[in-house]
Design a protein around this ligand. Sequence first.
Ligand code: FAD
Length: 459
Amino acid sequence: MAPFYANRSCDPFMPVDSPCQIGAYVRYAINVTEPADIIAGIEFAKKNNSSGPGSLSLWTHHLKDIEYITEYKSEAYHGPALKVGAGVQGIEAYTVADKNGVVVLGGVCPSVGFAGGYTQGGGVSILTGKYGLSADQTLEFEVVTGEGKHVNASKTENTDLYWALSGGGGGTYGVVTSMTVKAHKDAPMTGASYSFGTSTDGASMDKFYDALDFLHQMAPGYFDRGGYSFNIYSKGSLSLGVFFGPEWTKEDTAMFFQPWAERLESLGLQYSLNITEHPSYLAAYSSTGNTVDIGTSQSGGRIIPKDTLLNKRTQFNQVIKNVVEDGGSILEIVVHPTLEVAGNPDNAVLPAWRDSAIFLITTTPWNDTAEWSQMLEGQKTITKWGGLLRELAPESGAYLNEADPNEPNFQREFYGENYARLLSIKNRYDPAGIFYALTAVGSDTWTQSPDGRLCKTNP
Ligand SMILES: Cc1cc2nc3c(=O)[nH]c(=O)nc-3n(C[C@H](O)[C@H](O)[C@H](O)COP(=O)(O)OP(=O)(O)OC[C@H]3O[C@@H](n4cnc5c(N)ncnc54)[C@H](O)[C@@H]3O)c2cc1C
């Protein structure tokens, strides 16, 4: 039986007198202020055999330097760029970019790290429909490898490491100390927020699914024009829908949503729709409130290709219905990462992203005070729904940054055809296997014993 990874370790939000266990968390962390700290940490970990749960971590949070580069010049790219330290969070990068009249592609919540797991794992931004994934924007990294060497990785230096760090997953090949990414000219953006709902009896739910289907079928009309949305819904209620249209006007957006509003009216559903035009990306971004309570659910999900959305419409709707009727909430990111601006970058992004229409995340609630067995049931349910999604879109994959850790065959589902090449790069830059994460490339050479310690699969 597969292990389960629900986690009730001590966290800083618990009352100080409440008993708790450290669980799979690291025991010690080095507060990194310069690459030498990382090199020393790696040396220590190697000497003391300290890797995996309960071991040593490198805390890069305070590497906060941000430098705006008016004109970055390389063979591959001429233009504005931003160099960020590994501790820079999305909102910090957005603020500096905004002051310089440009935008960069970070996560939807302001606190998500920019150069760490987010970009290294692919990175889906509000601007992904316009400029590509965040991993498509990388120009160079400064990184300390598993052998303790501080190196540059770019299209001309350590090219294989650069390829892997651009989409092949965080915490695997080295510790990034800084990342330089493309910046793009800022532009006005229109945002819309919407919701609708009904009671949960059979006839009303038919109308609810009809309105949802209409919204989904409209999606190519905006994601093929650079638009992005996220929708959060459960039985009888789409509680939050947010749309961003880069360079769309308010009039464009109103016209676009008009048929959907008419459909809701003809179905007799309660709804809200508010549309606002903003002068810049940061203004539009800040208008949404854009924080999600992440500690309140367990999640899994799958990338739904455009072909599935359009040509397997009945099956797609049926899977959504099954999850929702089974008590699930869905958070979906509707976006098609464009290749027009970033081109088709040769990087380690999961190829399934290139066909994406909807990244669908299923969730079950997490309640800190509920029975542990109930929480594990929630986790099993996520994995069960993952099976429905796999059946619906077997050729696609799952987003490693927001996936079910129990996803079977994670090597294929998270990394696709890139896995073998990524593994050889992992073995080259981290031959001792000093970096470990549960579903990272090369993690299958280890098994976790019940106390969390790591043992070599084939010693
Ligand atoms: C509230 C919230 C909102 C989110 N929104 C989005 C979104 O809009 N789009 C999206 O694509 N994803 C989103 N995510 C998912 C996000 O991409 C992942 O949680 C990602 O792992 C975050 O990376 P981090 O570095 O901040 O996190 P961490 O938990 O610190 O790190 C994640 C992994 O990356 C490794 N890592 C961290 N720093 C480095 C480094 N400097 N060098 C090498 N490895 C490193 C860690 O070892 C770990 O394995 C969101 C997550 C949350 C919690």
